[in-house]
Ligand binder design. Structure first.
Ligand code: GH3
Ligand code: MG
Ligand code: MG
Length: 346
């Protein structure tokens, strides 16, 4: 019989107002190889539960003050209670009583007079189930931790490059199937090397964290993804979003980064941190490769840098044209140059 869990003997909390009953139950549980802790009423049971986190609660239904049913309900509502099973001991095999047992969240019951062999089997089964459940929870937590590790950028907590690649591939194929536009924004902080040189690498890290948070707060649709594309470069994937929708998002990001007003006295553009952006919007051809949109957005970003930074270019593959936008430098409002083409798609 398996009485230990990861080298530790399982602990059973026996709750019964009568000492004689507790002694009998203790004997049976200890003979099965488990440790025992006792409580004489509901209040004491709560205290012991909080302190010792037992693996099973053996609970008498009839107790003065808080009866077993109430006690069981309270146990279920405890936040740190990770599904500790409750085995209820009832006076009678009565249908109404049995229904209440399960209503209050107990996993099973035995009725009096107790058949000791049945009780022994139920205790063992519930403890084994509880152990399996705990192992599953731990494995799931570990899985979540690993998923986070491989998909999230550790500095900024947005998606990392690997997740970006995976997601753009997936959404590219989805948009190709649905023949809907996919937009990509690539953002690159201007003169960030000189920011690091002036204020230090740690200040640079803090600025990247702040900027990523700002971007994340703006990009809100469930299907959108913000990723750290490289050192001081971010990418925003916007499925089901046309050129004007993507432009609006880029404008909002620009506006919010301006409001951060992170001083950058050595920037050759303004006295604050700015960025340049390249946008691209594509309705993917079925069977084509997502690299197409990255190349287009990257080209637009390069053009934005060449055009003096602190601006963005849109390389719209949907209508086959490129146009410029310039963030207005002196005010919080942003003006953009007139697009060079018509027929924009949301
Ligand atoms: P440009 O306007 O042309 O983009 O100029 P830039 O200085 O931003 O570009 P460059 O590619 O020359 O330098 C990028 C800098 O970003 C270099 C590096 O110091 C900084 N950087 C990259 N990753 C990190 C990071 O994780 N933390 C910090 N603090 N700085 C980083
Ligand atoms: Mg760069
Ligand atoms: Mg840069």
């Amino acid at each position: 019989m398996k009485a230990t869990h990861q080298g530790k003997q399982s602990l059973v909390l026996i709750v019964d107002s009568k000492e004689f009953n507790r002694q009998q139950l203790r004997l049976l549980v200890e003979q099965s190889g488990y440790r025992v802790v006792e409580a004489k009423d509901g209040t004491e049971a709560m205290n012991v539960f909080h302190q010792l986190h037992p693996d099973l609660v053996l609970l008498d239904a009839i107790m003065p003050d808080m009866d077993g049913f109430e006690c069981c309900s309270v146990l279920q509502s405890i936040e740190e209670n990770k599904h500790t099973p409750v085995l209820m001991i009832t006076e009678l095999e009565d249908t109404e009583l049995i229904e209440r047992v399960f209503q209050v969240g107990a996993m099973d019951y035995v009725s009096k007079p107790i058949n000791w062999q049945v009780l022994r089997q139920r205790v063992r089964r519930l403890i084994e189930q509880s152990q399996l459940h705990q192992e599953l929870l731990a494995a799931n937590e570990e899985l979540q931790r690993l998923v986070t590790l491989v998909t999230i950028d550790s500095l900024t907590q947005v998606a990392n490059r690997r997740r970006f690649q995976e997601y753009i591939d997936q959404e590219w194929r989805r948009m190709a199937r649905e023949q809907q536009p996919l937009s990509l924004i690539l953002l690159d902080v201007d003169f960030f090397k000189s920011y690091n040189d002036t204020y230090g690498h740690q200040a640079g890290d803090r600025a990247l964290i702040e900027i990523s948070q700002v971007i994340k707060n703006i990009v809100q649709r469930p299907a959108d993804l913000v990723a750290r594309y490289g050192g001081e470069e971010f990418a925003v994937i916007l499925p089901d979003t046309g050129a004007l929708g993507a432009t609006k998002i880029a404008e909002r990001i620009c506006y919010a980064v301006r409001r951060l007003a992170i001083t950058h006295s050595h920037s050759q553009v303004t006295s604050h941190i700015t960025f340049s952006a390249g946008l691209s919007t594509v309705i993917p051809e079925p069977g084509s490769n997502f690299e197409e949109i990255i190349t287009a957005a990257d080209k637009a970003l390069y053009q934005a840098k060449a055009a003096g930074r602190d601006c963005f270019k849109h390389n719209n593959l949907v209508v086959g044209s490129t146009w410029n936008y310039k963030w207005r430098k002196s005010s919080e409002e942003i003006t953009r140059c007139k697009p060079m083409c018509s027929g924009l798609q949301y």
